[in-house]
Each structure stands twice: as structure tokens, then as C-alpha cells.
Design a binder for this molecule. Structure first.
Ligand code: HEM
Length: 406
């Protein structure tokens, strides 16, 4: 494929009309593993190249290393959250936050949450089983992780209508579709980011002088661990990141899970009989229908050679995780939803130093949500397939998923 073809394939992927099924376009894109775009950025779509880049210290997450405009995780001048920093600053902040969250490979703290998660899910399901028609997104997959992250951070759940709009505007700013890339959207996003910061700074202030609570904000404010204390700015950035990340991703995993299982009744039937199968079902969902399709905020820290292409220093590099997950050079029969696959090193949570911090929590939330939902719904049926999708090509998932009980 020529540069222009690969560039227009990516433009079509970003277009909202491709959102319901971008996978054939990803296959087209993979014919040029490293595709230069007309704006000078690069798009990487094959498993091997994405994985190598995620582990390459010359790939930066810090917007200061980008020569090109476009979506960034932090504004110049902000104190960025650790997702937008490189080692060693990244590692210090991540380590400090992790002390209160549980390391990704030994989810001890997260497992302690199991009874709380079960109770929240049961309450939500009690309210929807009697309905004829359910919106899986608004009635279930959104309120569940939001309630959990509020509880963990120490953010009052009743404030959700206030910060929901801000989070939506911030996520919209991360979108990379030039068709929707108006100055207006960026202005609203910047304003929302400011409002959310002020709100979280206010909460932090209110925690001072009170007996330390068990929530993350209180714990970070009072932490005297081996790395010292975070500054107030750092705490606000960290809380900001966790609130957004805990908000806008798990909703898509649960919704994509309901949709995929209803499209594969044989797997659903087995899952109902063998609930422990949910662990590998959720892993397969993270490969087959991942909530994060693209990482558009990496920069080449120096000239990089990837699959014989030289990417100049300062270029924007977009990693198409969802395409790597369907790469036949790595996964056998990649377009098949198969919870029984033995090797499943998917890219759903990224890889390398920025590997998702909330992965153990997200996994457990999705496992409990899907098992409990299908245990309680009688003969659920999709009202529309495909459902309407959210605008974002980065955080991809249905906006609504209507299900009827027969
Ligand atoms: C990072 C996916 C849920 C917190 C990431 C990254 C991905 C990802 C792909 C890598 C970003 C990069 O390399 O730039 C997901 C998915 C989720 C999920 C698919 C749900 C299914 C969560 C939750 C939280 C969370 C529930 C918090 C409670 C974070 C944080 C980072 C991150 C803090 C940045 C880590 C770092 O920079 O070291 N996530 N995430 N995520 N995620 Fe998640």
C-alpha cells in the first residue's frame, strides 16, 4: 500500500461511520505496518511493531516531545498525570499511587473489594430485572464502574452529574477525528479540565484536618512512604487521571461483553453453565473487542527505525492496539471470538511501563458484571444490532445497548 492509501485508510477508520466494524479496515492498514500520514504522523498497526514500541524507551508519552499538534494528555504548563510522563518521573508517581491500589500482578487489594463490587452490581440488577427494555449502558455498565471509582477515590457519588459533563468534554478532546476536531471542542475540553481540577483540589482541601479516611485522596494526602509525599498538584493530577480512566473504559468492556456474548449464544450458553469461564472470556473480550482502540499520544523521542521505516524525532506515533489484537501473524484465527484460546497476550491494557494501572480492578468489575447480569436476565435479546456507537475512535464502545427480555 502507498503512503496515501494507508493514510486514507486511517482517515476512514477515524470516521464515525466505521465505528461499528473497523476490523476490515484494520486488516487493510496492517498491509503497511508503519504508515506515514499526510500530517506527518505515523500509524503502527501490527502486533510485533506495536509491542516493540511500547517497550522502547525512545517512545515518549510526554507531550513536550511532540513537534506536532493534536491530542495530548496534558496541556503545556500543567502538572501532567503519570500517563503523560516518562521515567523516572512517571515511575515515582505511579509507584506512590500503586501503594494504595495494589500492584497489577498481585491484585490483593482489589480482591478485597469483591463483596463491595457484588453489592453494587446486585443493587443495579435489582432495579432492572423487572424492566421489559434495558439500556445496558445507562442502566448498568456506566453506573457500576463510576460508583466504584468514586468510592475508591473518595469522590461523592452524588456529584456525578457535575463531573460527568467535564469528563465527556475531556474525552472528546482526545478524539483524533479531524472532522470533529473543531477549536470549539478543544476550548470546551480545556475548560472542562480546569473545572475538574478545581473540583478535585476542593475535595483534597476538605480532607485536610480531618481524620485520614480510607479513600485514595485522603491516603495520598497523608502518605509518608519511601517516596515522600505528592505535592497537591500531583495528587490532583493523579485523582483526575484515575477518575477519567476508571470512568470511560470499563463501561465499554462490559457493554462490548454483553453485545459479543449475545452475538455468540453458544459461548453464552456455556458461560451460564460454567461461570468460572468468565475469566478467560473477559481476556478474550479485551483482545477481540477492546475498549481502547488507539493510543494517539506517543512521540518519537529520537529518530526511530521501525519495520524499515525511519520515524523522525518529534513525530506523533499512533499505536492501533485493536489492530494488533487481530493480527494473524500473532493470533491464530484472530477474527474468531474464542475464550478457549491458550495464548492470549492481548494489547487491551497496553504494555510496558504504562501497562494499565487499573487492570486488576477492570477485570474483576467485568467478570462480576457479566456473570451476574446473565445469571439474572431471562432470555435477553438485542433490540438493534449494530447498536449506535460513541463518537470516540480512541475509547470505542456503544452509546446505548438496548436489550429486551422475552
Ligand atoms: C493505562 C486500558 C481501566 C487506570 C492504560 C493503558 C491502556 C488502558 C491501554 C495504556 C495507556 C498508554 O500506554 O498510554 C484500560 C482498559 C480498561 C482500563 C481497557 C478497562 C477495561 C482502568 C481503570 C483504571 C485505569 C479502572 C483506574 C482505576 C489507568 C492508569 C493508566 C492506564 C492510571 C496509566 C498507567 C501509566 O501511565 O503508568 N489503561 N484501562 N484503567 N490505566 Fe487503564
Amino acid at each position: 500500500m502507498t503512503v496515501t492509501q494507508a493514510s486514507s485508510t486511517f482517515q476512514r477508520i477515524l470516521d464515525h461511520s466505521s465505528r461499528a466494524d473497523p476490523y476490515p479496515l484494520y486488516a487493510e492498514l496492517r498491509r503497511t505496518p508503519v504508515a506515514r500520514q499526510e500530517d506527518g504522523g505515523y500509524v503502527v498497526s501490527t502486533y510485533r511493531e506495536i509491542t516493540a514500541l511500547l517497550h522502547n524507551p525512545h517512545l515518549s508519552s510526554d507531550a513536550h516531545n511532540l513537534d506536532q499538534p493534536g491530542p495530548t494528555l496534558a496541556m503545556r504548563g500543567d502538572t501532567p498525570a503519570f500517563i503523560g510522563l516518562d521515567p523516572p518521573q512517571h515511575d515515582r508517581l505511579r509507584r506512590m499511587a500503586m501503594r494504595h491500589f495494589g500492584p497489577p500482578h498481585s491484585p490483593r487489594l482489589v480482591n478485597d473489594l469483591r463483596p463491595d463490587l457484588n453489592a453494587i452490581v446486585t443493587r443495579l440488577i435489582d432495579n432492572l430485572v423487572s424492566k421489559d427494555e434495558i439500556d445496558i449502558v445507562d442502566d448498568f455498565a456506566y453506573p457500576f464502574p463510576v460508583t466504584v471509582i468514586c468510592h475508591l477515590l473518595g469522590v461523592p457519588r452524588e456529584d456525578e452529574p457535575r463531573f460527568h459533563g467535564w469528563v465527556e468534554a475531556i474525552v472528546a478532546m482526545l478524539d483524533v477525528d479531524p472532522a470533529t476536531g473543531s477549536e470549539e471542542r478543544v476550548r470546551e475540553g480545556v475548560q472542562a479540565r480546569e473545572s475538574l481540577r478545581e473540583y478535585l483540589a476542593g475535595l483534597l482541601e476538605s480532607r485536610r484536618g480531618r481524620p485520614a479516611g480510607d479513600d485514595l485522596l485522603s491516603r495520598l494526602a497523608n502518605d509518608d512512604g519511601p517516596d515522600g509525599r505528592m505535592t497537591d498538584e500531583e495528587i490532583v493530577s493523579t485523582a483526575n487521571l484515575l477518575l477519567i480512566a476508571g470512568h470511560e473504559t470499563t463501561v465499554n468492556l462490559i457493554t462490548n461483553g454483553v453485545l459479543t456474548l449475545l452475538r455468540h449464544p453458544d459461548v453464552l450458553e456455556r458461560l451460564r453453565r460454567e461461570p468460572e469461564m468468565i475469566i478467560r472470556t473477559v481476556e478474550e473480550l479485551l483482545r477481540y473487542e477492546p475498549p481502547v482502540h488507539l493510543i494517539p499520544w506517543r512521540a518519537a523521542y529520537s529518530d526511530l527505525t521501525v519495520a524499515d521505516t525511519v520515524i523522525p524525532k518529534g513525530s506523533r506515533i499512533t499505536l492501533v492496539l485493536a489492530s494488533g489484537n487481530r493480527d494473524p501473524a500473532y493470533f491464530r484465527d484472530p477474527d474468531r471470538f474464542d475464550p478457549d484460546r491458550r495464548e492470549n497476550q492481548h494489547l487491551g491494557f497496553g504494555a510496558g511501563v504504562h501497562l494499565c494501572f487499573g487492570a486488576p480492578l477492570a477485570r474483576l468489575e467485568a467478570q462480576i458484571a457479566l456473570n451476574e447480569l446473565f445469571h439474572n436476565l431471562e432470555s435477553p435479546r438485542l433490540v438493534a444490532d449494530p447498536p449506535p456507537y460513541r463518537q470516540s475512535a480512541v475509547l470505542r464502545g456503544p452509546r446505548h445497548l438496548l436489550v429486551r427480555q422475552e
